[in-house]
Ligand binder design. Structure first.
Ligand code: GLC
Length: 534
């Protein structure tokens, strides 16, 4: 067994800043248009200088990439488009030398239809033990021509596909992502092995995809809106799985972060009980509009729901599934909702960027850990992808009405004057970069003290070097309408002005950082945040 890294025995995850890497779009080491591990390895110094504590890699395993790698064909192999297992091991070790921990992404709800288990299940036919690892059922209707139940897919359309021998199989996402049967002991054993496989390779944590969807009602009953409990979201039985996973993580001092989209605070917090997951993404905060009252309520609710289970909150503004922050904050509706995404929603990017800068200081001052999605530190906007270049199945399954998620997955600009903006592609990158991408390039922002990158670097450095940020209590301070003001430990104060007018700052000894310049009379303009010391 690999020795436990001495620095892993602490509770680093309670207030870490974790940078999400979408390997396909981070940096292209071999120039073929797709990002890869070689590209990531060359940019480790950049991540170190940015000041992040850990990186989370979205899936890098062998995959037909129908859903960007969330369709895994083999968990123990790296997709050749990204590199090799040996390179992944090197990357984990090199990151460690920079003091950066690695979190991998596990997708337990489903596998790729190219996974050996699913191919065996298709071949073995109805009634075989191979099919029991999935949800195969006969159809309804006279000749079994109707799907076994009425569950809607997370990606629009039906959740059932019929195979040539007449049986149907369940897939909550695309037909290329068959759902595993989590009441089968081999499914549980296999995932426990996969966790060990990656912990043995020195990863510090695991992100759990679609973490509330694994277990299904054994009868797979029809779903009628409001039916309780839901036949596949947040079934009580799921917690038993995470208890067994926690025991494994504890052997390695590994940590979990769950992708748990649940509006019910009490149900959400169950995943964070001391013998289950360490943390889970805070999607209520991510979805919250740029509005002081709504943000304050979300922050209060978040802290209140985490307190009884003693889990730290996480703060997330965007990821590879949602509209980029500067674009969202520049719109009339500044919240996020999968159901309302459409083409052509206008956005004032200057306003959105100003707000995103203020939101960065808000987020980094809150108690708990923070997730930063690649390109957020560059202030990248959501890109418009030409229709004939869209790859995301969410777009196709919506019948073309949903623009899909490619707009936040465009290859990063590293160097303004190089081909593919320094992403590394010698040919066209897998997703096209917008014409003005060069203005966001790392090398342009690097030396500009007013850039988004400089703001993030300064904020991360201050957060790391100043006692009082991170884990610990938060106290709200009196503030006018439309203003968030709170104190952290050690005399630190964060003020965020969403009121639309300039306000006076509370008494303070020192101004540590401002997201935009103060007015000439020292007042705090709208859509601006400051960190002060009292
Ligand atoms: C999660 C991932 C998303 C993926 C889906 C299916 O929501 O974040 O990208 O499409 O799961 O695996």
């Amino acid at each position: 067994m690999a020795a436990v890294h001495p620095s892993r025995t602490d509770t680093w995850w309670r207030d870490a800043v974790i940078y999400q890497i979408y390997p396909r779009s981070f940096a292209d080491g071999d120039g073929d248009g797709t990002g890869d591990l070689a590209g990531i390895r060359t940019h480790l110094p950049y991540l170190s200088e940015l000041g992040v504590d850990a990186v989370w890699f979205t899936p890098w395993y062998l995959s037909p990439l129908v859903d960007g790698g969330y369709d895994v064909a083999d968990y123990r192999a790296i997709d050749p488009a990204f590199g090799t297992l040996e390179e992944a091991e090197k990357l984990i070790a090199e990151a460690d030398e920079f003091g950066i921990r690695v979190i991998v992404d596990i997708v337990p709800n489903h596998v790729s239809d190219q996974h050996a288990w699913f191919r065996a299940a298709l071949e073995a036919g109805p009634g075989s033990p191979e099919r029991e690892r999935f949800h195969f059922r006969p159809g309804r209707g006279e000749n079994g021509e109707l799907p076994p139940n009425d569950w809607p897919s997370q990606f629009s359309g039906t959740t059932w596909t019929r195979v040539p021998d007449g049986e149907w199989y369940l897939h909550l996402f695309t037909p290329e992502q068959p759902d595993l049967n989590w009441s089968h002991p081999a499914v549980r054993r296999e995932h426990e092995d996969i966790l060990r496989f990656w912990f043995e390779r020195g990863v510090a944590g695991v992100r759990i995809d679609s973490a509330a969807l694994l277990t299904k009602h054994p009868d797979l009953p029809d779903f009628t809106e409001g039916v309780d409990p839901h036949p596949y979201i947040d079934q009580d039985e799921i917690h038993d799985i995470y208890r067994s996973w926690r025991a494994i993580a504890d052997e390695y001092d590994g940590v979990f972060v769950g992708e748990v989209w649940l509006p019910d605070a009490e149900r959400f917090a169950r995943y964070l009980r001391p013998d289950e997951l360490h943390t889970a993404f805070n999607f209520n905060f991510l979805s919250c509009p740029w509005d002081a009252g709504r943000l304050r309520r979300t922050i209060d609710d978040t802290l209140a729901e985490h307190a009884p289970v003693h889990a730290p909150a996480t703060w997330v503004l965007c990821n590879h599934d949602v509209t980029r922050t500067v674009t969202r904050y520049g719109r009339t509706d500044t919240g996020f909702d999968f159901g309302t995404k459409e083409f052509g929603t206008p956005s004032d990017l200057q306003l959105g960027t100003r707000r995103a800068r203020a939101a960065a200081l808000l987020t980094l001052a809150l108690p708990g850990s923070v997730y930063l999605y690649q390109g957020e530190e560059l202030g990248l906007p959501e890109a418009d992808i030409p229709l004939d270049r869209i790859q995301d199945p969410m777009h196709f399954r919506s019948g073309g009405t949903d623009p899909g998620r490619d707009g936040c997955r465009v290859p990063l600009p590293w160097a303004a004057d190089e081909p593919s903006c320094g992403f590394g592609a010698r040919t066209e990158p897998w997703l096209p970069q917008p014409a003005d991408w060069a203005r966001y390039a790392v090398d342009r922002q690097d030396t500009d003290p007013d850039s988004m990158l400089s703001l993030y670097r300064t904020a991360l450095l201050l957060r790391r070097s100043t006692e009082g940020f991170g884990d610990g209590p938060l106290t709200w301070l009196p503030a006018e309408d439309g203003v968030l003001a709170f104190a952290r430990g050690n005399g630190l104060v964060c003020v965020v002005n969403l009121s639309g007018r300039s306000i006076g700052l509370p008494p303070h000894e020192e101004l540590l950082l401002a997201s935009s310049p103060l007015d000439s009379d020292g007042r705090l303009p709208g859509d601006t945040a400051v960190w002060l010391r009292r």
